[in-house]
Design a protein. Structure first.
Lengths: 152, 156
């Protein structure tokens, strides 16, 4: 049995003592108490402490209840903390991957150029001309002057 | 046998790995791709025949040339892998060798060598960057009393 389990049981015993549990939880506590002397000792300590507090400083009892509430909150945070952190890491990772994907495949900053680009031409025909598309559309034309051809 | 489906947690574990693989494989997928190059062979002369109805997509281009008759004679569709060289025998024993060389700035890089029928010393060798699905023309080699015009369209 680990410390965390014991601590959880202690909270249960305190709530049991204060009459805050529903029937099912109360039965669970009673069965725990019946089967374990350590738990019974824990409950007795709490009863003594509670009685002492009630006797010496009634307002401290409320403070104890308040502290218990904070412990519950802290315990809840502890149990959900790492899971939330993993979730955040997962979504951050996913967002980073999506951003990388968009960056690689959709380069928004770069205007798309639909024009044909002539990178290099090595021509041993008589000569050649490069005709770029006209302003109203069209395509790039590489025109070779082949003097063996017959022009009318 | 019922196929095993992934639970949500298994999917969450695997999904980033799949996404990363897809990202890394992105540029590499081109290596496995095939390029389709369509070559239309047109003859041009001044016999007053006008422009072939099948050439309306390049009508503007043809109108810029000093001919009035353009006839579509042959269409070849060639599938080429990256770096793969294909030879096309053209009209008038002209010869064309094409080789896709991949992508640069979203354009298909196409190496082209056009050589003359009567002399292998006369050729035009060049690298053209063409948008996916884009068109360009090479014209001028002789074909008897006519000239030959090639209309290239490349896609992947």
């Amino acid at each position: 049995m680990n410390e965390k389990q014991l601590s959880e049981h202690e909270v249960l015993f305190q709530r049991y003592h204060d009459g805050e549990l529903d029937d099912a939880s109360r039965e669970k506590v009673e069965s725990l108490l019946a089967g374990n002397e350590k738990y019974r000792g824990s409950l007795r300590s709490y009863e003594r402490l509670s009685a002492l507090l009630e006797l010496t400083a009634p307002e401290a009892s409320d403070e104890l209840a308040g502290r218990r509430d904070w412990e519950k909150i802290a315990s809840g945070l502890e149990s959900t903390g790492p899971r939330k952190s993993r979730k955040t890491t997962y979504w951050l990772g996913l967002a980073a991957a999506a951003a990388l994907f968009i960056f690689l495949y959709y380069p928004f900053g770069t205007p798309i150029n639909n024009e044909t680009m002539v990178e290099s031409i090595d021509c041993t025909y008589d000569s050649f001309l490069l005709l770029h598309p006209s302003s109203d559309g069209g395509h790039t034309i590489i025109w070779i002057n082949d003097h063996s051809s017959v022009r009318n | 046998m019922k196929p095993k489906t992934l639970s949500r947690s298994e999917f969450r574990r695997i999904f980033p790995l799949v996404l990363l693989t897809a990202l890394l494989a992105g540029p590499g997928h081109l290596a496995a791709q095939e390029f389709t190059i369509t070559i239309r062979q047109i003859t041009a002369d001044n016999s007053g025949g006008g422009i072939d109805a099948e050439l309306k997509d390049v009508k503007k281009d043809l109108e810029r040339l000093n001919y009035d008759t353009f006839l579509l004679k042959k269409t070849s569709k060639i599938k080429c892998g990256l770096g793969e060289e294909k030879t096309v025998e053209l009209l008038g024993e002209n010869r064309l060798v094409i080789q896709p060389q991949g992508f640069q700035e979203d354009k298909i890089r196409l190496k082209i060598k056009l050589s003359s029928a009567d002399s292998r010393d006369r050729f035009m060798d060049g690298v053209i960057g063409i948008p996916d699905g884009g068109t360009f023309l090479i014209g001028g080699p002789s074909y008897g009393k006519e000239v030959l015009i090639l209309v290239f369209t490349a896609s992947h």
